[in-house]
Design a protein around this ligand. Structure first.
Ligand SMILES: Nc1nc2c(ncn2[C@@H]2O[C@H](COP(=O)(O)OP(=O)(O)OP(=O)(O)O)[C@@H](O)[C@H]2O)c(=O)[nH]1
Length: 309
C-alpha cells in the first residue's frame, strides 16, 4: 500500500519493524549444524502438518521472536550429503540455497577454517545475506583466539552480513546469532499464524523423519508429488506407537517406494524408527504404509498458491 504522509504513523512505522523469512543452515559435514539446530529446536514451534507437507522445503521449525519470525529450512545439499560426493553437494547447496532462503548461515568451526569454507562462501556470493557462525568456541583455550580468524574471514569475504562465534553445544553466542539473523531478514508480516503453529512438535518431526528417509533412500527416483501423513501417534509411557502413510500421486510410484520385495520401505521404516527413538528418547513402534491418492497434489498446488514456496 502506498505510504500516505498525511496519515498518522502506524505503530510499526514508529517502532521496530517486523521481519520474517526463511533461514538455511549450511556447511561442510561435522561442523555442528545438527547440534545448532537442536539448540534452536528447544525454542522453536512446529507447523501443523497440512501446511508443512505442501512444501518442497523441509521446514525444521519456526522461531517466534517479539519482532521477527524465523523459519528454519533445510537445504537439499544438507539432506543428501551422506549419499553424494562432498563437492557436488556443496555446489548444489550453494546454488539452491540462495534462492530458497532469505538468510544463509554458514556453520563452521572456530579452530578449523578450511578451504571448503572459502569455496562455499564464494558460491554463495550475490544471493541472500550470509552469516558465518564460528562454532565450537569451547574447544579454544581462550575465546579471544577467535579474533584473528574473524579478522581474516572478514578481510577475505568483505560482503558477509556478520561473523558470530558460538558454541552450539552449550548455547553460548546463540542470542547474538539470532540477533544477526533477525536484523538481516526482510521486513514483512509473519508467514505463519499462531493457529498454524504448535508447541507439540513430535508428530511433526515423526513425519519429517520419514520424509528425510524417503529423500535419502530414493534420491532422484523420489516421486515429486509425495507426502507423509501421520495417521496415529500414541504415547504409552516411554513407548510411542506411530502409524504413517506415504502418499504418492500415481500407481506407478508405489512400487518405487516399496522396492524389490518391499526391501526399500522396510529400510525406510527401520531407519526412521531408529532416528525417532533417538529423537524421542524412547521406544518406537512404527508402521508405514504406501497409498496412492490421485489428486492430492492439486490441493497442495492450491495451498502453494498462498505464496508458500
Ligand atoms: N566441542 C563442541 N563440539 C560440538 C559443538 N557443536 C557440535 N559439536 C560436535 O561436533 C560433532 C558434529 O556435530 P553435528 O551437529 O553432528 O554436525 P553436522 O554439521 O550436523 O554434521 P553432518 O550431519 O555430518 O553434516 C559432534 O560430535 C558434536 O557433538 C560445540 O559447540 N562444541
Amino acid at each position: 500500500m502506498p505510504h500516505d504522509p498525511s496519515a498518522s504513523p502506524s505503530p510499526v512505522a514508529e517502532g521496530t519493524p517486523f521481519r520474517c523469512g526463511y533461514v538455511a543452515l549450511v556447511g561442510r559435514p561435522n561442523t555442528g549444524k545438527s547440534t545448532l539446530l537442536n539448540q534452536l529446536l528447544g525454542q522453536m514451534l512446529s507447523i501443523t502438518a497440512d501446511r508443512a507437507q505442501t512444501t518442497r522445503h523441509r521446514i525444521q521449525g519456526v522461531l517466534s521472536r517479539p519482532h521477527a519470525q524465523l523459519i528454519l529450512v533445510d537445504s537439499p545439499g544438507y539432506q543428501t550429503q551422506r549419499i553424494n560426493p562432498l563437492n557436488k553437494i556443496l555446489n548444489r547447496t550453494a546454488q539452491s540455497v540462495g534462492q530458497q532462503a532469505d538468510v544463509v548461515v554458514l556453520v563452521t568451526e572456530a579452530g578449523r577454517w578450511r578451504r571448503q569454507d572459502d569455496e562455499i562462501l564464494g558460491w554463495l556470493k550475490g544471493d541472500a545475506p550470509v552469516i558465518v557462525a564460528l562454532n565450537k568456541i569451547d574447544q579454544l583455550r581462550n575465546v579471544n583466539e577467535v579474533l584473528p580468524l574473524i579478522a581474516q574471514v572478514h578481510e577475505a569475504h568483505p560482503g558477509l552480513a556478520a561473523i558470530v562465534p558460538i558454541c552450539a553445544r552449550n548455547g553460548q553466542g546463540i542470542e547474538a546469532l539470532l540477533d544477526a539473523i533477525e536484523s538481516n531478514l526482510p521486513e514483512g508480516e509473519a508467514i505463519y499464524g499462531e493457529d498454524e503453529l504448535t508447541d507439540r512438535p513430535e508428530r511433526f518431526f515423526a513425519a519429517e523423519i520419514v520424509r528425510e528417509k524417503l529423500f535419502r533412500l530414493l534420491g532422484e527416483e523420489l516421486p515429486y508429488e509425495s507426502t507423509v501423513v501421520i495417521d496415529r501417534f500414541e504415547e504409552e509411557g516411554n513407548l510411542r506407537r506411530i502409524a504413517a502413510t506415504i502418499i504418492v500421486e500415481r500407481r506407478a510410484h508405489k512400487p518405487i517406494v516399496l522396492g524389490h520385495g518391499g526391501e526399500r520401505i522396510k529400510r525406510i521404516a527401520s531407519e526412521a524408527r531408529q532416528d525417532m527413538e533417538r529423537m524421542f528418547d524412547g521406544k518406537v513402534f512404527l508402521t508405514l504404509w504406501v497409498q496412492v491418492r490421485s489428486g492430492w497434489a492439486k490441493d497442495a498446488a492450491h495451498l502453494r498458491s498462498y505464496g508458500y514456496e
